[in-house]
Design a protein around this ligand. Structure first.
Ligand code: C2E
Ligand code: CA
Ligand code: CA
Length: 966
């Protein structure tokens, strides 16, 4: 019989009797509440169980003692455990100890994972006399292990490339994404060092980089890494130091910037060129025209509009309309010279810029007219188009791009008035005699005078909590006969005529008064923003006036904001930036309006003193938008966040858009979906009612975990629903990809399980799309068909987390889905943490900025005071009149040059009591009144002038008297 080393032998070395049974009981009871222990006969009958074991299943000793141990209630919950116990009992009878994990269910219904052992106890004769079972709770250990596994799994599955790097620069660990990034196997990566892949660090620089990381605890930088093929990949690297025991290593997360760079390039492209025709757009046109005007003495601008284009669109459909535009664009490009510029300004409007002698444009215009007039054949339709052209010329008509374009427009208007298919050259000032426009201008002046303008307010809603956080003031004008005139129509007129300055003042005053009234009424804090115009930004005292209005109404500057566009800043960048900085220093929020329609260079954005970027509604995507559009918006959001700016999306018209924006970390939104602009009273009612976005749409915490099932066979969806009923998940079902996308817009989905073969869109395609729309979902394919190629690709690029085969095993499927939810939960909590950190960082940066601005203002103020004090002293020294300065404690603090000569005093007198240095008569003068006195043979009248302002005390001035010598 073999005895295991752990078995005990109760052998009395010197004839002492074996440990009595009662003493054993006592030992077993003292093992503490988490250790269950007992005593069995050699045949497995329970003789004793300690308190901890009895309590766990709430049982009295007489209910179990005397029973066979494997028949006691501890073993009822788990057949496997009981089976193993039976084997252990047999082994113990042979004198062998056993140890294994068991599961025990307590009275509270908890299942405990326990480390169980069964030890035989030997009598003096070497025979087994007792068995000691004991069990220790290891649930926590198990849980920690599971957590660890889950974390490992998450690291491995993560789309971010993650590495561990040692002090020598060698890679200690690398996940799958990092191997994919570098095109290497894990083994290859683990044989390399950082200098082997980072193009900006070589061996000699590595120790420096390591030291820098250790000094700072973390690093963040951009660099390039080398792929196995030799090409370089731009990446964003975050490194943090990890110390575990004695060891220090670096945790490195590498973010592939290629997609972001591509999105940036794409944004640039979108912002400068028209999507349909590829021609330069309005913005690019303005820039190029500016440059061409500078470069050439003479330039002609032709504005060309297709006649009655709308009829094509309405009659034959948009796609034919698009084809016509494309054809027209191509004909124009062919008709002009290489140096000329063709741009698409809007729908059916093109602009051609012709640098060079004036004779050319009219001839060219005729060529263009002819080119467009040739019949077009599109999808079997024969289409006849004509166009009208207006021409203006620099420098005769203007040398400024915007004026030139306006004048060419005016000419175009004339051409259309004359029956279209015409050319008109700008002559005189058609503006001034455009009667409709003049009437509108007069009416606008009257409206301003008679207070017929009104402000409406559009709510701006926070996408984290769903609450209204601000409003944008928007002008409304009801014309007595025309009805409501859109600001887009009257604001340009106001801008051209200069009326905008008076209107802008009116808006500022009214909006600030309204905001102050809301604040006084005790409504929840709400920021009111007004739109500024370019002319207002040119006023040197704009910031001071706003400060004055805020002070006069008592409105907290943090409850006020201004909106400006990039194009406004261009004219006078320095001054505009100064205004904005001054406003921000007060706490006023600055928003950059219409982002995405102007210059919108992301690098330019860095230089602007801006708190919020308002994404123009043309860049606010919907769930049905192409994936490209979503990634552009996301790139803008990411970039703005990196610059510590908030992002507000404009023109949100559907719940789908709002959900998509929230999922992509957009901070705020405004748009018709939540509310159009409303009169002040309606806003107040909304605030009192606490109107907000349904938190279900936004809040990721309080909601039920959500599973989306997609299969074109309805009975499969139904079967899966039944199978998963008890899991406590919200289960959504869709029978097509289209329907699935709609559901994703309305619900925040955590896990998607999709069939592969479906009519329309395959499962892989759907999940690719889901990845772009809601990158955080965990996506699985359940399919009978193993289209290995497509599925492997999708898994490799991170679109799919797992592939499961049909027909499925119920238990396995359930467990895969549980894993998926656990993964999602972990990713969510990481992201929440990340968001909170980002949020805190932004707030901190904001605080710092404000502090910096305050400090700067204070420093400037101090300097001004020093400067003015010095200037005053110089001035007083130059006066031919003796002057003494005495502070409020009676000390001499200032003596000008004539006074020093008169009293024959040197610098030492400063700081001494005036009473000791001045004559009696002068001291009397200090006490008030005017005293006559004679000093050094000259007669003076001594006058005392108290000082006001920051300095306290008085000035004693000795005015020389006529008669001079006594
Ligand atoms: P904006 O600053 O971009 O203002 C947003 C415009 O989008 C407003 O048009 C608003 O009513 C509209 N809008 C809001 N939500 C949605 C939506 O979901 N879908 C769509 N399609 N549109 C939406 P509004 O009030 O006609 O103003 C037009 C423009 O006139 C403003 O554009 C702004 O540039 C100018 N404007 C308005 N009020 C003032 C003002 O007091 N001063 C100055 N200088 N300009 C103003
Ligand atoms: Ca605006
Ligand atoms: Ca806007």
């Amino acid at each position: 019989m073999s005895k295991t080393p752990t078995a005990l032998t109760l052998v009395a070395a010197s004839g002492v009797p074996p440990v009595p049974e009662l003493a054993l009981h006592e030992v077993l009871d003292r093992l503490g509440p988490s250790v269950f222990a007992g005593l069995l006969d050699a045949d497995g009958t329970l003789r004793y169980a300690n308190q901890a074991a009895l309590c766990a299943i709430d049982i009295t000793p007489d209910q179990v003692l005397g029973q066979r141990f494997d028949a006691t209630p501890w073993w009822q919950a788990c057949d496997l455990s009981r089976h193993r116990l039976q084997q252990a009992l047999v082994a113990a009878a042979r004198g062998e100890a056993s140890r294994f994990d068991v599961r025990i269910t307590t009275v509270g219904g908890n299942t405990l994972a326990m480390d169980f052992s069964l030890l035989p106890l030997f009598g003096p004769d070497g025979r087994v006399i007792w068995l000691i079972p004991s069990a220790r709770d290891v649930s926590e250990r198990d849980q920690a292990q599971r957590q660890l596994q889950l974390t490992r799994h998450a690291v491995e599955q993560s789309n971010d490339a993650l590495f561990q790097v040692g002090p020598d620069g060698a890679f200690r660990d690398a996940n799958a994404a990092s191997c994919r990034l570098l095109g290497l196997t894990r083994e290859q990566v683990l044989r390399m060092r950082v200098p082997d892949i980072d193009t900006q660090v070589d061996d000699s620089q590595w120790p420096l980089r390591w030291r820098e990381m250790c000094d700072r605890g973390s690093l963040r930088f951009e660099t390039n890494v080398r792929h196995r093929d030799g090409h370089e990949i731009p990446v964003d690297v975050s490194v943090s130091q990890v110390t575990s025991g004695e060891e220090t290593f670096a945790h490195v997360c590498i973010d592939d910037l290629r997609e972001r760079r591509a999105a940036e390039r794409r944004i640039q492209q979108l912002l400068q060129f028209d999507e349909l025709t590829g021609l330069p757009n309005r913005q690019r046109l303005l820039e190029s025209l500016d440059a061409m005007l500078l470069a050439s003495d003479q330039t002609a601008v032709l504005v060309l509009e297709l006649d009655r284009f709308k009829r094509v669109n309405d009659g034959l459909g948009m796609h034919i309309g698009d084809a016509v535009l494309l054809e027209a664009a191509q004909r124009l490009v062919v008709a002009v010279r290489g140096v000329d510029l063709v741009a698409r300004r809007s729908g059916d409007e093109f602009v051609i810029v012709v640098p060079g002698p004036t004779a050319v444009p009219v001839a060219l215009a005729q060529t263009l007219l002819d080119a467009i007039a040739r019949p077009m054949v599109i999808e079997g339709h024969e289409i006849y188009m004509t166009c009208s052209v207006g021409i203006a010329m620099a420098p005769a008509d203007s040398d400024r791009a915007d004026t030139l374009l306006r004048r060419a427009n005016a000419a175009l208007h004339q051409a259309k008035l004359h029956g279209r298919n015409q050319i008109a050259v700008y002559a005189a000032a058609p503006h001034d005699d455009d009667p409709a426009r003049m009437a509108l201008e007069t009416a606008l002046r009257q409206a301003l005078r008679n207070e017929r303008l009104e402000l409406h307010y559009q709510p701006q809603v926070d996408l984290v909590h769903g609450r209204i956080v601000g409003v944008e003031a928007l002008l409304r004008w009801d014309h007595p006969t025309l009805g409501r005139v859109a600001p887009d129509r009257f604001i340009p007129i106001a801008e051209e005529t200069g009326l905008i300055v008076a209107i802008g003042d009116w808006v500022l005053r009214h909006a600030i008064e309204q905001a102050a009234a809301w604040q006084r009424a005790g409504l929840p804090p709400l920021r009111t923003a007004v739109n500024l115009s370019a002319r207002q930004l040119l006023q040197p005292d704009l910031a001071r006036r706003i400060e004055g209005l805020l002070a006069a109404t008592g409105l907290d500057p943090r409850l006020f904001g201004v909106e400006v566009t990039e194009s406004m800043l261009i004219g006078n960048f320095e001054q505009a930036v100064q205004h904005l900085q001054a406003l921000r220093a007060m706490g006023v929020e600055v928003s950059l309006d219409d982002f995405g329609t102007g210059y919108s260079s992301l690098s330019y954005l860095r230089r602007l003193p801006v708190d919020v970027v308002k994404i123009d509604r043309s860049l606010v995507p919907d769930v049905t938008a192409p994936a490209q559009a979503v990634s552009i918006t996301r790139a803008i959001i990411t970039m703005a966040h990196q610059l510590q700016m908030k992002v507000l999306a404009e023109g949100v018209e559907s719940e789908g858009q709002a959900a998509l924006l929230a999922a992509n970390q957009c901070d705020q939104m405004q748009g018709y979906w939540f509310s159009a602009a409303m009169p002040a009273a309606a806003i107040e009612a909304m605030l009192r009612d606490g109107r907000q976005i349904d938190p279900v749409l936004l809040d990721r915490r309080a909601r039920q975990p959500t599973l989306l099932l997609v299969d074109d066979e309805e009975n499969i969806v139904a079967a899966l629903r039944r199978l998963l009923r008890a899991e406590g998940w919200l289960v959504l079902g869709a029978t097509s990809a289209e329907q699935a996308l709609q559901l994703m817009a309305r619900h925040e989905v955590d896990v998607i399980l999709s069939d592969q073969r479906m009519p329309g869109m395959t499962g892989v395609e759907l999940l690719r799309r889901a990845r772009v729309l809601c990158p955080d979902t965990v996506r699985l394919v359940l399919s009978g068909y193993t289209e290995l190629q497509a599925i492997t690709e999708a898994i490799n690029e991170g679109a799919i987390y797992k592939f499961l085969a049909k027909p499925w095993d119920d238990a396995q499927l359930r467990s895969h889905l549980r894993d998926a939810f656990a993964l999602k939960e972990m990713a969510d909590s990481n992201r929440r943490l990340d968001l909170e950190v980002q949020h805190a960082n932004r707030e901190l940066a904001e605080l710092n900025r404000r502090l910096q601005a305050l400090l700067q203002a204070q420093r400037a103020q101090n300097q001004r005071e020093v400067d003015s004090r010095e200037a005053t002293q110089e001035l007083l020294d130059a006066l031919p009149v003796p002057v003494f300065g005495v502070d409020d404690e009676g000390l001499l603090v200032f003596v000008n040059a004539p006074a020093r000569t008169l009293c024959d005093a040197d610098g030492d007198v400063l700081g001494r009591p005036a009473s000791g240095e001045l004559s009696d008569a002068m001291r009397r003068a200090l006490e008030g009144g005017s005293v006559k006195l004679t000093l050094a043979g000259r007669r003076f009248r001594a006058l005392c002038r108290p000082l006001s302002g920051n300095a306290r005390g008085c000035l004693l001035v000795l005015l020389p008297q006529a008669g001079v010598r006594a």
